[in-house]
Design a protein around this ligand. Structure first.
Ligand code: OAD
Length: 252
């Protein structure tokens, strides 16, 4: 993979970068993406698992699915792409990492600040009193876990279909997209809004938008360039250029 002269030049000069990640960044950690023949939504029905009404109808089933996903995620390790972004955060003064992922792998890799648009499977909260629970476990006989404070049902702290994203977090993501010089869109199909609108705002505001994906997506024709390949191989190349440029700046 060769990095274009335009992108190399930008990486060498920029001090303001915003990154949006999707499930593709965790594919090399062994976590399934959502769409495509091997994706989660090809095997499971979102309407039965990822919406509030379905949860109220059958909380045990929903919890069984999320407990399975939590187990897969806790056994997975952050990959080279997550680590490259952690280093990027240390090299860029105005760096914003926005993720649609709920797998917590950015934080586990060492990222200091992550804007989580769709929540985090490591957390749950009570639907009655709102108390957060760090690590609820399924109650005996496959019952859904309950709040230690009021006995209400706990739900995973993830955004389900039809639910609003955390508005402050979303606004912060849009603000970072508006002011950055370089926007990286990594491992996302770009089909789910409002997240998919963030790179579009960056482009409208004149930022150079680079997509990193194993295949072209809905976003490709609206990006400045697409780097086709695995995030775990491409992001370390970008971080290398940033690191070398910073070394050069310190010595000049
Ligand atoms: P998708 O499954 O829609 O897209 C994953 C993208 O990652 C695809 O475009 C793949 O080509 C790409 N990909 C796969 N492996 C890759 C690799 N090693 N390196 C780079 N790219 C790779 O997942 P998302 O875009 O994350 O929402 O889906 C967005 C939202 O839809 C999710 O957050 C979830 C889902 O419904 C909620 O749960 C609210």
């Amino acid at each position: 993979m060769t990095i274009s002269p335009r992108l190399t030049e930008l990486l060498e000069a920029t001090d303001s970068v915003c990154v949006l990640t999707g499930s593709g960044i965790s594919a090399e950690s062994g976590i399934a993406t959502f769409r495509g023949p091997e994706g989660l939504w090809a095997k499971f029905k979102p309407q039965e698992l990822a919406n509030f009404d379905a949860f109220m109808r059958n909380p045990e089933l929903v919890w069984e699915w999320y407990t399975y996903r939590k187990t897969v995620m806790s056994q997975a390790q952050p990959n080279a792409a997550h680590h490259a972004l952690v280093e990027m955060e240390t090299l860029i003064t105005d760096f914003t990492l926005v993720t649609q992922n709920v797998d917590n792998l950015h934080a586990r890799a060492g990222a200091k600040r992550v804007l989580e648009l769709h929540g985090n499977l490591e957390r749950s909260y009570c639907i009655e009193c709102g108390l957060f629970a760090a690590d609820p476990i399924l109650a005996a006989k496959g019952e859904a876990p309950r709040c230690t404070q009021c006995g209400g049902l706990l739900r995973p702290d993830v955004i389900w279909f039809g639910e609003l994203l955390p508005q402050m977090v979303l606004q912060e993501a849009f603000r970072a997209a508006e002011r950055c010089d370089l926007f990286l869109c990594v491992g996302t199909s770009g089909l789910v809004y409002p997240a998919a609108g963030i790179p579009l705002v960056a482009r409208e505001q004149g930022s150079y938008v680079v997509e990193v994906n194993t295949e072209p997506t809905e976003l490709s024709r609206r990006c400045s360039e697409t780097l086709l390949g695995k995030a775990g191989e491409i992001l370390p190349l970008l971080t290398n250029i940033l690191r070398d440029a910073q070394g050069g700046r310190q010595h000049s």
